[in-house]
Ligand binder design. Structure first.
Ligand SMILES: [Zn+2]
Length: 364
């Protein structure tokens, strides 16, 4: 009799577990995306008139103007980011147009990448300890790590980055969050055909940079992983915009931003076509820092000595984000609010972690 009861209890246990699993499937998902060092100026007004005609920064000014120049700023931004301004504008929110009073700033004082990503992902600036882009394991826990340590999201968190410092920023070792970044290939047991193809291609395509791969690889691996294993929290860091800007190549900077807009559309189209993600996925998109504007050549750089390099932006859409379009009212957002917002969207308790407050516009 005891045995039968035990078997019955075990069966019941299994049933409950599968029920729980089914509930988890309808649980919220978040896709967090960054475009490294992409300025709010281009996001909101498109190509810069002083740069697009400048032969110092553009190889083919005629061709680039044909592609991205329009007299009116609204038309220009639609040319540059057609998905943001044609679709997200209708279904989501676009924050950070400072000329309308909507502001978003970094809270860290360094205004370069590692401090920026640490602030985005851990929800708090750490100006004392995060002072370089060196490959040092982050002492702070990111929202990726916190979620991955909760039973509901264990093994359901992944990160992809073009820059090879991400395994350290996310502290892959301690966090257990798989990070595919820099020139890493996909190494799981079961690779899809596309992953195998990306693995073949990546080592034979030359990159202009030693520590950053082309975003097409980062994007390809991320999208394929979403199709294959349906992770609940995905972080994708596109890197080209910053590197082309440092190179002083405005043509490639714009073209890359335009391609990334297309990547985001592709991710959204997939999410909308996929039973697992459709209707319960939120996208948050931001940048790790801004860049300068005056003098003109400071568009190439950032850091604490470059005025305006702490000015950033946020694009949000999907579940829990009501449609407001471009925010035209006065507001002040900060980058250290992102991690807490991801936690709220996922219903994850962050425990002792100190983070900026979640964005008030997140409704679920
Ligand atoms: Zn940079």
């Amino acid at each position: 009799m005891k045995k039968i009861l035990l078997i019955g209890a075990l069966l019941l246990g299994c049933l409950q577990e599968s029920d729980l699993y089914a509930q988890e499937d309808s649980s919220p998902k978040v896709i967090l995306i960054t475009l490294d060092g992409f300025r709010w100026q281009e996001l909101f007004t498109g190509a810069d008139s002083l740069l697009i005609t400048n032969e110092e920064y553009v190889a083919d000014t005629t061709g680039l103007k044909k592609q991205f120049w329009r007299k009116n700023a609204k038309e220009r931004r639609e040319r540059l980011m057609p998905f943001v301004w044609g679709s997200i504008d209708e279904m989501g929110q676009i924050h950070g147009n400072r000329s309308l009073g909507s502001k978003m700033n970094l809270t860290n004082k360094h205004w370069f990448s590692y401090p920026g990503y640490n602030e985005i992902l851990s929800g708090k600036a750490d100006d004392e300890r995060i002072t370089s882009n060196d490959k040092i394991n982050n002492p702070n826990r990111t929202i990726l790590e916190i979620a991955n340590n909760r039973p509901a999201y264990k093994g359901k968190v992944v990160a992809f980055g073009s820059w090879d410092v991400f395994p350290f920023i996310i502290n892959e070792e301690r966090s257990g969050v798989p990070v595919n970044a820099g020139f890493e290939i996909a190494t799981e047991d079961k690779l899809t055909e596309r992953e195998r193809f990306l693995n073949e291609l990546q080592p034979i395509v030359p990159s202009p940079w030693g520590t950053v791969r082309f975003d097409a690889f980062t994007h390809g691996y991320a999208l394929e992983q979403m199709k294959k294993t349906h992770p609940d929290l995905v972080y994708i860091s596109y890197g080209e915009t910053d590197d082309f800007a440092h190179d002083g190549d405005y043509q490639e900077y714009l073209t890359s931003a335009n391609r990334t807009d297309g990547f985001i559309k592709e991710l959204w189209d997939f999410v909308e076509s996929d039973k697992y993600y459709k209707g319960n996925t939120t996208f948050l998109i931001t940048t790790d820092h801004g860049r300068g504007t005056k003098p003109l050549d400071t568009w190439k750089s950032h850091g604490k000595d470059i005025k305006g390099a702490d000015e950033v932006w946020l694009v949000a859409f999907g579940k829990g984000i009501e449609s407001r379009g471009e925010v035209t009212s006065k507001e002040q957002l900060y980058t250290d609010q992102i991690a807490a917002s991801v936690a709220k969207l996922l219903n994850v308790q962050v425990g002792q972690a100190k983070m900026g407050p979640e964005f008030e516009f997140i409704t679920n």
